[in-house]
Design a protein around this ligand. Structure first.
Ligand code: NDP
Length: 514
């Protein structure tokens, strides 16, 4: 594995001696250990970040963009090393790491470097809507918050962690990133990258540690961006309430896929296999359940099962060696196995896979389940593994009803040759993003908001909102040439009161209603 330079407060300040072991899920081997930071180290880190903040804000958008563009080039120049580090601590395939952890991030570095100035530019708003304001200058300004805390999960150790730090830093904030204890090395590599690209010290820091480290971070920052489970997301929101800081949550999903009888079946079947199994199914926007109209159900199931049966699983030794990688998080194997066993006990049939894989690493066989229904965990709870339950439905109406029968609302997809009908169905699905004849790739559209409804989250990534959420809005009202006394000022008198009444009637009393 490519080495990662480790520089955290535990090294520099003689902090906690406790460490966390980082292992390769594909082989079970211990890679290295990283410091487990406690509350005192977090306090020091936040104090350093606060000191660094004024200088970072003063550099301005062009200066910050320059550093992000350098980072974009660094990542491409060091692509092999980036992929090696991600693959080693996740056990995912090179292709999964390339498309997302590398591909998304280089694109995001360029996107925010370019678009931040547009999204964060001062906005003039008209003052003529009320004569009292006539001639005044009204401006909306987006000011950085200060220190932003990002808490990330293990499934995409760069995308879902450093990916959120890019817009936060571009907005002028310093950032402290708490990566998952299972996958901290990718974040440490990103810190090394930013140092080499000229980022001033303490603008971006990585706080390695466990859940307690994440909890301590929330008390030190001015905003928290969290990605992970709904359960922990609720704890994060409660903690954010204590210091009354903004809190954004990207939580779990149970994304439904509805396949209509007129869909391009081959494309839909390939997509079902891919979007449920890529990254080992450990994607918040994985296809987690599939509903297929009766006339094409048998053929669709046959095609999906054939594809999934042919998938290669194992240690990703190089590009092109395996299709489905390891289970990254140790307890996840038990969750995935539990969902499959629960389904089988309740009458589901396993067409392929169905068991934990063998070997010193952690695997679950790519699995297709049929004869499933909503009494089963695999149709209601987030599985987060390489499994796909497929259910026969009478028609798309039933599909929409079942899609909405969920506490989650992250993403969904509809597959049909009639794209207008597809869009109509999409608008009736309770999810933050719905694709027609596609899935997941919307995440690469950095100008399209991506966020969950219901128990899937609060706020969104990407688009204007994806960077403005790391700012505080300041409204400015500037009066250049003012009267000595405005009409509505003291002393009140009958004449000016009548005049104002006439003005209100003139302005708002005309025109028909209804
Ligand atoms: P968690 O939500 O528990 O962890 C996510 C991050 O939060 C990690 O960095 C974790 O640290 C940290 N954390 C844990 N407890 C706290 C706390 N009290 N305050 C602040 N931060 C905290 O996810 P898990 O890793 O336990 O996975 C559980 C389930 O979450 C999975 O089975 C899957 O269903 C779902 N999941 C969803 C993801 C998504 O993209 N939406 C991504 C990953 C998982 P540490 O890891 O060090 O404990």
């Amino acid at each position: 594995m490519a080495s990662v330079e480790q520089r955290t407060p535990a090294d520099t300040n003689g902090g906690s001696a406790a460490t966390i072991g980082v292992e390769n899920p594909a082989t079970g081997e211990l890679i290295t250990t990283v410091p487990m930071l406690g509350a005192d180290e977090l306090k020091r880190m936040a104090a350093h970040a606060r000191e660094a903040f004024p200088q970072w804000e003063a550099i301005g958008l062009p200066g910050r963009a320059r550093i992000m563009r350098r980072a974009q080039k660094w990542m491409l120049d060091n692509a092999d090393r980036v992929l090696d580090v991600v693959v080693s601590e996740t056990g995912k395939t090179y292709e999964d790491a390339q498309l997302t952890d590398l591909g998304y991030t280089v694109s995001a570095l360029g996107f925010w470097a370019k678009e931040a100035s547009r999204y964060l530019a001062d906005e003039r708003v008209p003052s003529w809507r009320n004569p009292v304001l006539a001639g005044k200058k009204l401006v909306i300004r987006y000011a950085p918050l200060g220190v932003v805390g990002v808490i990330g999960p293990w499934n995409y150790p760069i995308v879902n962690s450093f990916g959120d730090c890019i817009p936060a830093m571009m907005a002028g904030n310093c950032v402290i990133l708490k990566p998952s204890e299972v996958t901290p090395l990718s974040s440490l590599l990103m810190a090394e990258m930013m140092r080499e690209c000229g980022l001033p010290e303490h603008v971006f820091s990585v706080a390695t540690g466990d859940g307690a480290t994440g909890a301590a971070l929330i008390g030190e920052v001015d905003c928290v961006m969290f990605t992970g489970s709904t359960r922990t997301g609720k704890a994060v929101m409660k903690a954010a309430a204590d210091t009354l800081i903004p809190c954004y949550l990207e939580l779990g999903g149970k994304d439904p896929m509805i396949v209509c009888a007129d869909a391009n079946l081959e494309r839909a079947a390939n997509a079902a296999a891919f979007y449920s199994m890529n990254n080992g199914g450990q994607v918040c926007i994985s296809v987690e359940r599939c509903y297929v109209e009766a006339p094409v159900y048998d053929e669709f199931v046959r095609q999906v099962a054939d594809t999934v049966r042919s998938l290669r699983q194992g240690v990703p030794t190089a590009a092109g060696t395996v299709d489905v990688g390891a289970v990254i998080f140790p307890p996840q194997l038990e969750i995935v196995d539990g969902h499959v066993r629960d389904a089988v006990e309740k009458g589901a049939k396993v067409l392929t896979g169905g068991h934990p894989g063998s070997g010193p690493g952690r695997y679950f066989e790519p699995t297709v389940l049929v004869d499933v229904d909503h009494s089963m965990k695999c149709m209601r709870e987030e599985t987060f593994g390489p499994t796909l339950p497929i259910m026969r439905i009478a028609d798309a109406e039933e599909g929409v009803r079942l899609a909405n029968d969920s506490s989650y609302g992250l993403q969904a997809s509809v597959w049909t040759a009639d794209v207008e009908r597809g869009e109509q169905l999409a608008r009736r699905i309770e999810a933050g993003v719905v694709c027609v004849n596609d899935a997941q790739v919307n995440y690469l559209a950095l100008n399209l908001p991506m966020g969950g409804w219901k128990a899937s989250g609060l706020g969104a990534r990407h688009g204007a909102g994806g960077i403005r959420k790391y700012t505080k809005v300041q409204s400015l009202l500037v009066t250049r040439l003012g009267l000595k006394r405005e009409l509505f000022m003291f002393p009140y008198n009958k004449r000016s009161t009548m005049l104002l009444a006439q003005m209100l009637k003139l302005l708002y009393g005309r025109g028909s209603r209804d």
